[in-house]
Design a protein around this ligand. Structure first.
Ligand SMILES: [Ca+2]
Ligand SMILES: [Ca+2]
Ligand SMILES: [Ca+2]
Length: 276
């Protein structure tokens, strides 16, 4: 059964509630929806740029239907097609936020990717915390569709299927929690903690970046990305569950969507009903 056929009002309210929650936090988030060339952030202080000119030359923009891909809820998604990036290719994401977790770098964060892989490669790299790809990627999908690192892979993503992959890192406890389509598939203890391998450069560092969708020696694959979200705190399982599965409008609805929800007066009414 396809559980992602509609974006029901209860889901919308949960997502909106999440947005309100985030708005009330000191955390900073960033989102990119890959709807057109240019990497204009949908929200937040972050930025994305092509790591190299050859990266720019190798990506294409279109829609799920124009690329002949399965549809997802929320309309005909605008997406970016990317090849298996070489070590000198990738997306350089600058978080724009400061260090946390008691260290010199970003030690508590969550990242979410809405993506589709036409086939599951031997390895697929979600990111490299090294901003020049000088060492191994830091979270992968393996050939069985599991996600993780260091021989601990959980869950089973499918080929040619849109998935919402989420990973929360709490390096104060060396914990990585992994989610597929809003469901926790596994948590693992990492081999380093604060300011270690999985920490990210902050806005205080000259590089201030990490690389997305690439690996130092080609352990990655081709795919399509609809949306990417980052927040500099550890999202809970309930929060990630509320984000749900992949959706054409992106991981967190854009402000115009929130405004429509508010104007419709639906939020408070449904909120009251949910509390009963
Ligand atoms: Ca590698
Ligand atoms: Ca690395
Ligand atoms: Ca998109």
């Amino acid at each position: 059964m396809n559980t992602h056929t509609t974006l029901g009002w209860s889901t919308r309210v949960a997502r909106f509630g999440f947005v309100l929650f985030v708005a009330g936090q000191t955390a900073w988030s960033a989102q990119f929806d890959f709807n057109a060339p240019g990497f204009v952030p949908t929200l937040g202080p972050g930025s994305i740029e092509f790591y190299s000119a050859t990266t720019a030359a190798d990506v294409e923009y279109g829609t799920a239907s124009s690329f002949g891909l399965p549809a997802m809820p929320g309309g005909d998604a605008a997406v970016m097609k990317f090849p298996a990036f070489a070590g000198n290719q990738g997306l350089l994401f600058k978080t724009g936020v400061g260090p946390n977790g008691g260290g010199a770098y970003i030690n508590q964060y969550t990242m979410v990717w809405d993506l589709l892989l036409p086939s599951i490669p031997e390895w697929f790299s979600f990111y490299n915390s090294d901003d020049v790809n000088g060492n191994d990627g830091d979270m992968f999908m393996n050939s069985a569709g599991g996600i993780g690192i260091s021989s601990v892979y959980d869950g089973a993503a499918s080929a040619n299927t849109w998935h919402r992959i989420a990973a929360s890192f709490d390096l104060t406890t060396s914990t990585l929690s992994k989610y597929i389509d809003g469901q926790l598939v596994g948590s693992q203890t990492l081999s380093s903690g604060v300011d270690g391998r999985w920490s990210l450069y902050s806005v205080d560092d000259p590089g201030n970046g990490l690389l997305l969708l690439t690996d130092n020696d080609g352990e990655t694959g081709a795919g399509y990305i609809n949306s990417f979200y980052f927040v500099d705190r550890v999202m809970t399982g309930d929060e990630i569950g509320a984000l749900g599965g992949p959706n054409a409008v992106g991981i967190v609805p854009e402000p115009s969507t929130w405004a429509l929800l508010l104007a419709g007066g639906m939020f408070m009414g449904l909120w009251r009903r949910r509390r009963e």
